[in-house]
Design a protein around this ligand. Structure first.
Ligand code: GAL
Length: 671
């Protein structure tokens, strides 16, 4: 269960009552009851209203709205209001403003205009949090804490002088002395040797490529600087209310912030998610984020903290979700472990930058609104899903993701800057999704022993511990599928010498003589029966025990192996030295799943997403039809659809964009 005080599927939104006259609040709570809302995130952007001038606080309005919500059965996910400082903070402490890499100061007038290392920001923010915590800690409506908002969303790093000082402190803690730092940063190169700590700067705009380790460390430092802010607030809240769960909202695969580190420090994971309805694969990309969220919390239930009912306002063209899509995508989140579905925001703003962003309550009268009827329907349905609470997903496959490796992979001055982490992850996630295989994401240093198959896309930077962890996984009988440009550097972004990829040579049974990055539009071909093409990158592989599964057919390296398999210990390690066309990756993924004994959740028609969640006593099969046509599904077990209450024996018909959650009668099902 997400929060003891809301022992149901959570349903609600960001609620910004300060944007409206109080007469509207009565209407708000009436409509919340109508829609089945049981939790709202309150006060996220209220700092200027709560502390109109420095040290002068006004909580009366917040008291009134919290009481009104409580009287109407709506619980509160109370925000700490620190996401957007009031203009007076910048006026009084101009040094609190963030500075970009080019030295440009970011001014107030939008939001998130604070330097994460600013002491003025920290002092004023923590005082505000203290007062909020103190005032509401015993309020019966308080169900959850919402710390700040989307850390790093607009300002993930700051290059000001204070940040420079904090960066140096962070480096001192990491390296101890300058010699060690000089060694780690490889400063013998380009005359970069530092003689004094004071000479070290963040990687501000420079004539050409900045030192890669300096850049990498600055990313680590910047993620940690934000994490410190989160911890500062969390400590205050924990002291006031040891029992109330604390979260801050994530943003899916958000590069600047290392969510593995963060999730460990949260009571529950929550996520904001805005898939692009104009992208035909949006639901698959969304599923990938949902699987990440479940994995970050080690399988625990999480909350979809923000999504939109219909449209956002921040793309160039804001394509609406078609009828039934919001419902279907919401169940896509529930299928992957969400026990809360919430929106940005409750009532659509009348002024400000987000007035064209859809909300649960639209500008137009609710009686004439398609989205309102969808919102009410979903609220009513979620109210019937209490049985699902606590049910967990089960994955036999893990895709490895390490934020540090992601940062290092995408630094400049590489063989090819076209190798992108998310594309690498997706190139394996998509075929696994399409074969109905459940996937976790895992840190390469985490316990992998529960998986049969581990996929390591472009795992560029590896620590010795991760290397040993992966090696042991295979030695103990696991199946590994690793793709190109993995195991190339250590934690300092220094090349691991001894023939690429040095730490995995023995495991993979090969050596890579060189990389051949390909030009835009350039392809090669594999000597498979299907003759599939490949692009982006070609490793020139010399097998050292590995069996060759495919070789290149063209160019100066024709005949050189591209795909291999090596038996290692009790397991097997596959290596993919290029980016093949999807058809090939799909076949390869099917083969490794087969070999690893990874089973699909169920056999369903294409375009149907199927996921299972289980408790000790029950098993729930989600069937989500992303097709525009009706589909017939043969059920692996008879069951009852929680959404309709109807029983189904062996067959179930799903409408276009329809969803079913089947409580299975036989729940040890082998497909
Ligand atoms: C999120 C943010 C919300 C709102 C929303 C609009 O990034 O947390 O406050 O701006 O986007 O899509």
């Amino acid at each position: 269960m997400i929060a003891r005080k809301v022992p149901h599927m959570i349903y609600g939104a960001d609620y910004n009552p300060e944007q409206w006259p109080e007469e509207v609040w009565e209407d708000d709570v009436r409509l919340m009851r109508e829609a089945g809302v049981n939790l709202v995130s309150l006060g996220i952007f209220s700092w200027a209203r709560l502390e109109p001038s420095p040290g002068e606080y006004d909580f009366d309005w917040l008291d009134r709205i919290i009481s009104l919500l409580h009287e109407n059965g709506v619980m509160v996910n109370l925000a700490t209001a620190t996401a957007s400082p009031p203009p007076w903070l910048a006026a009084r402490y101009p040094e609190s403003l963030p500075v970009t890499q080019n030295g440009v100061v970011l001014h107030p007038g939008a939001r998130q205009h604070y330097c994460p290392s600013s002491s003025a920001y920290k002092e004023r923010a923590s005082e505000l949090v203290r007062r909020i915590a103190d005032r509401y800690k015993d309020h019966p409506a308080l169900a959850m804490w919402h710390v700040n908002n989307e850390y790093g969303c607009h300002v993930a790093e700051c290059y000001c002088d204070t940040s420079a000082e904090h960066f140096r402190e962070w480096l001192r803690a990491r390296y101890g002395d300058l010699d060690t730092l000089n060694e780690a940063w490889g400063t013998a190169f380009w005359s970069q040797r530092y003689a004094e700590w004071g000479e070290i700067l963040p990687p501000r705009s420079a004539p050409t490529f900045a030192n890669p380790t300096q850049q990498l460390d600055f990313r680590r430092f910047s993620s940690d600087a934000l994490l410190k802010l989160y911890e500062m607030e969390k400590e205050i809240l924990r002291g006031a209310t040891p029992e109330i769960p604390i979260t801050t909202n994530f943003m899916g695969f958000f590069k600047p912030v290392d969510y593995w580190k963060w999730a460990l420090r949260e009571d529950l994971v929550s996520d904001d998610s805005y898939p692009d309805p104009s992208d035909p694969e949006a639901h698959i990309k969304a599923a990938m984020s949902r699987d990440l969220m479940r994995s970050l919390g080690d399988g625990a239930p999480w909350v979809l903290m923000e999504q939109t009912t219909v449209r956002v306002n921040w793309r160039e063209r804001n394509i609406p979700k078609r009828p039934d899509v919001m419902r279907l995508w919401s169940y896509g989140a529930v299928a992957r472990g969400a026990e809360g579905i919430m929106f940005f925001q409750w009532r659509q703003s009348r002024a400000g930058a987000e007035k064209y962003h859809s909300a649960m309550v639209p500008h137009v009268p609710t009686e004439t609104s398609r989205s309102w009827s969808e919102v009410s329907r979903l609220g009513a349905e979620l109210g019937r899903l209490d049985e699902l609470l606590g049910a967990r997903g089960e994955a036999e496959t893990a895709i490895l993701l390490d934020w540090e490796s992601w940062w290092a992979l995408e630094l400049d001055s590489k063989p090819s800057t076209a190798v992108r982490m998310l594309e690498g992850l997706y190139s394996f996630y998509e075929p696994l999704y399409n074969t109905n295989v459940s996937v976790d994401f895992a840190h390469p240093g985490s316990d992998l022993s529960s998986y049969r198959l581990v996929v390591a896309p472009n795992l560029y930077l590896v620590t010795d511990d991760s290397v040993e962890n992966i090696r042991r996984f295979v030695a103990d009988g696991g199946t590994l599928l690793m793709s190109f440009f993995s195991g190339i550097v250590d934690a300092q972004d220094h090349i691991r010498l001894g023939g690429y990829p040095a730490p995995f040579r023995e495991l993979l049974g090969l050596q890579i003589e060189d990389f051949v990055p390909m030009a835009t539009g350039e392809t090669n071909r594999l000597d498979t029966t299907g003759g599939e093409t490949c692009d982006l990158w070609a490793d020139l592989i010399h097998p050292e025990g590995a069996a060759i599964l495919a070789s290149y057919t063209d160019d100066f390296y024709a005949g050189t192996p591209a795909v291999t398999r090596n038996v290692y210990g009790e397991g097997a390690a596959y290596y993919l030295g290029t980016r093949p066309e999807e058809r090939f990756t799909k076949l390869l993924v099917e083969r490794v799943c087969d070999e690893a004994g990874v089973r699909p959740t169920a056999e369903v028609p294409p375009g149907v997403d199927t996921v299972r969640r289980k408790t000790g006593a029950a098993s729930f099969l989600f069937l989500l039809n992303h097709n525009q046509e009706t589909v017939e599904i043969r059920l692996p077990s008879p069951g009852r659809d929680l959404l309709t209450g109807k029983g189904h024996d062996s067959q179930l018909t799903l409408d276009p964009l329809g969803a079913a959650i089947l409580q299975e009668e036989r729940h040890k099902v082998d497909v």
